[in-house]
Design a protein around this ligand. Structure first.
Ligand code: DX5
Ligand code: ZN
Length: 218
């Protein structure tokens, strides 16, 4: 299904009320829920791990899309799978054995995602196309919400879509998505748009209609 999907990142939600925040964004039209896991080592920030994923799982009716910004990845795959992740995305840059990591993700029963930092080319992806269900092109350097979109990634997405051809692989883009940058990425071939600050800004669980307006504006 190549229709455009919006995946709000709960990194920009109110951390004191994830259950209510998730129910609000789904009621307002979110297609997937994007969960940013950071380890203070692969990226210079800390967020949350498998227990948080397990706690929010019952509140998610759509897709739990877990973005692992951690290294190493392999020791934690089973824990995230048991916590209910539908998609587990690992970074190409997180270790020397991405092929093994993708095998392990599918082996744990999840869809396998492969994320690329802005400085990483797409050459290595060619040899992984039969191993992935999703490729996440980072349009900011991972670690923080609210950063500025990196325009050089538009050509990368276009090349990647050509490389993928008619294989059933999602292209997700993550970082700096706004009503201005989203159409550029959709035109280049992305079909899953992650957005944190652009979805949550100005809204709250008491003003959920703002989330709906923000989602429709993207
Ligand atoms: C960055 C995260 C993103 C980010 C998106 O490391 O992977 O999901 O928080 O936030 P915005 O949309 O605010 O750039
Ligand atoms: Zn992310």
């Amino acid at each position: 299904d190549r229709s455009i999907k919006i995946a709000p990142s709960i990194l920009s939600a109110d951390f004191a009320g994830f259950g209510a925040e998730i129910r609000a964004i789904e009621a307002q039209g979110a297609d997937w829920v994007h969960v940013d896991v950071m380890d203070g080592h692969f990226v210079p920030n800390l967020t949350f791990g498998p227990p948080l994923c397990a706690a929010i799982r019952p509140h998610i009716r759509t897709v739990m899309d877990v973005h692992l910004m951690i290294a190493p990845v392999d020791p934690y795959i089973d824990a995230f799978a048991q916590a209910g992740a539908d998609i587990l995305t690992a970074h190409l840059e997180a270790g020397p054995h991405i092929h093994r990591t993708l095998q392990a993700i599918r082996g744990a029963g999840c869809k396998a995602g492969l994320a690329l930092n802005p400085g990483t080319g797409i050459d290595a992806v060619e040899h992984l196309l039969d191993m992935v269900d999703l490729i996440c092109v980072m349009t900011v350097n991972p670690g923080f919400g609210g950063q500025k979109f990196i325009h050089s990634q538009i050509d990368k997405v276009r090349s990647l879509r050509a490389m993928i051809g008619d294989r059933p692989i999602h292209i997700e883009i993550d970082g700096g998505i706004t009503p201005e940058t989203a159409p550029l990425m959709a035109a280049a071939g992305a079909d899953v748009l992650v957005a944190g600050s652009a979805v949550f800004k100005g809204g709250s669980v008491d003003k959920p209609e703002v989330y709906g307006e923000n989602i429709r504006a993207i």
